[in-house]
Design a protein around this ligand. Structure first.
Ligand code: PLP
Length: 389
């Protein structure tokens, strides 16, 4: 199946697999699927570049300064991905053999990064319970911290937090909890790292500035290629001394990019304009969540209170006979009856995240028209599954 862009919001399918020409596919799998708009592509085309391994790319330098300033820290490092950014942070903080990092048992670092910290750094990841709002059980953290001179024990060097929390459905970690967690880390001589892939979603939705949200952390990873709309790239942010070390580590991992200003130019625009746009994504997300909750009774359940940013988790009622996989498959297909009712061939892509949940993610390429069509589709499909069609 191949596809062509119509504007930048959704995709018209143009051939193959019996998918008709007039179908409209709206992609809610993730906010990683965004495509750069014309303004961003123009900025990339005109970017001033140099060899960034020598520190000579002016556009990369500008992006790094901008990120450091936005987060209220001394320095930042442009890296190819959020996974590398977290990995560099872990490798830089946990230098001694026998080090361990305490992470949430639902964290991206634990679930989706191949435990690179263990593969490449011999670092033990020690999981603790994650609550539904993305915060961690601090009593358990306290019990698990090991920093005595006892030769039996590893050294707990780092505590990691994720905000917004992906597997919790884009939840905003409460800031007073973060302050407490930071104090606990400090009292025990530990460093404090934030996987802030979507920290600007948290900032926009909570009305607290990103720099205030990240103030307690020694290092922060942010993603430009999620909701902010850049095609590639993340930044690791922290003190000047930390970033100097991280810079060496990036080179060792093969992450030193040369004329990366072409990518950094998109990153600068994503930081300047992306955060403002996120509020719109959050409004669209709430609209989809309300529709799913209204029409999905018995098939899916949505906890509207927990829809705080750009994600909706549809909790599937397995007893109804529908599963996350079957729902995702149904949303990606269409029927004649449906086409007649809606008047169009609409296909939604979503992600079966766990054995119980389907995740829907709204991003900057979605228009109000896409959201309206997605609501029509959800109304029809969930009605059909409830036996109303
Ligand atoms: C996407 C994501 C990452 C990793 O980013 P990549 O660029 O995909 O490697 C890290 N943490 C969280 C919470 C994410 O959502």
């Amino acid at each position: 199946m191949s596809a062509v862009m119509t504007g930048y919001g959704n995709t018209k399918l143009i051939s193959g697999n019996g998918v008709p020409l007039e179908a409209t596919m709206i992609d809610f799998r993730s906010d990683t699927v965004t495509k750069p708009d014309k303004e961003m592509r123009t900025a990339m085309m005109h970017a001033d570049v140099g060899d960034d391994v020598y520190g000579e790319d002016p556009t990369v330098n500008e992006l790094q300064s901008l990120a450091a300033k936005l987060l209220g820290k001394e320095a930042a490092l442009f890296v190819p991905s959020g996974t590398m950014s977290n990995l560099i942070a872990l490798l830089t903080h946990c230098k001694l053999r026998g080090s361990e990092a305490i992470v949430g048992d639902e964290s991206h670092i634990l679930h989706y990064e191949q435990t690179g910290a263990a593969q490449f750094g011999g670092i033990n990841l020690r999981p603790v319970k994650t609550f539904s709002d993305g915060s961690l059980d601090l009593d358990e953290v306290k019990r698990k911290i090991r920093n005595s001179k006892d030769a039996h024990q590893s050294h707990s060097v780092l505590l990691c937090v994720e905000n917004t929390h992906n597997r919790c459905g884009g939840r905003i970690v409460p800031h007073d909890w973060t302050l407490k967690a930071g104090r606990l880390a400090r009292e025990n001589g530990m460093k404090f790292h934030l996987d802030g892939a979507r920290i600007f979603n948290a900032a926009v939705a909570s009305g607290v500035s990103a720099s205030e949200l990240v103030e307690p952390f020694d290092s922060i990873s942010i993603c430009l290629s999620k909701g902010l709309g850049a095609p590639v790239g993340s930044l690791l942010v922290g003190s000047k001394a930390f970033i100097d070390e991280a810079h060496r580590c990036r080179k060792a991992l093969g992450g030193g990019m040369r004329q990366a200003g072409i990518l950094a130019a998109a990153g600068i625009l994503s930081l300047q304009k992306g955060p403002t746009r996120l509020a719109q994504d959050h409004v669209f997300t709430k609209q989809l969540a309300i529709t799913a909750q209204e029409v999905g009774k018995g098939i899916v359940e949505v906890d509207l209170e927990s829809v705080e940013t750009n994600m909706v988790m549809l909790k599937v009622n397995i007893e109804s006979g529908t599963t996350p996989n079957s729902l995702v498959t149904r949303l990606a297909t269409t029927t004649d009856k449906e086409k007649e009712t809606i008047g169009q061939d609409i296909r939604l892509l979503a992600y079966p995240m766990t054995e119980l949940n389907v995740r829907i993610v709204v991003h900057c390429n979605h228009t109000s028209e896409d959201i309206k069509l997605a609501q029509d589709k959800l109304r029809f499909v969930l009605g059909e599954l409830r036996g109303n069609v």
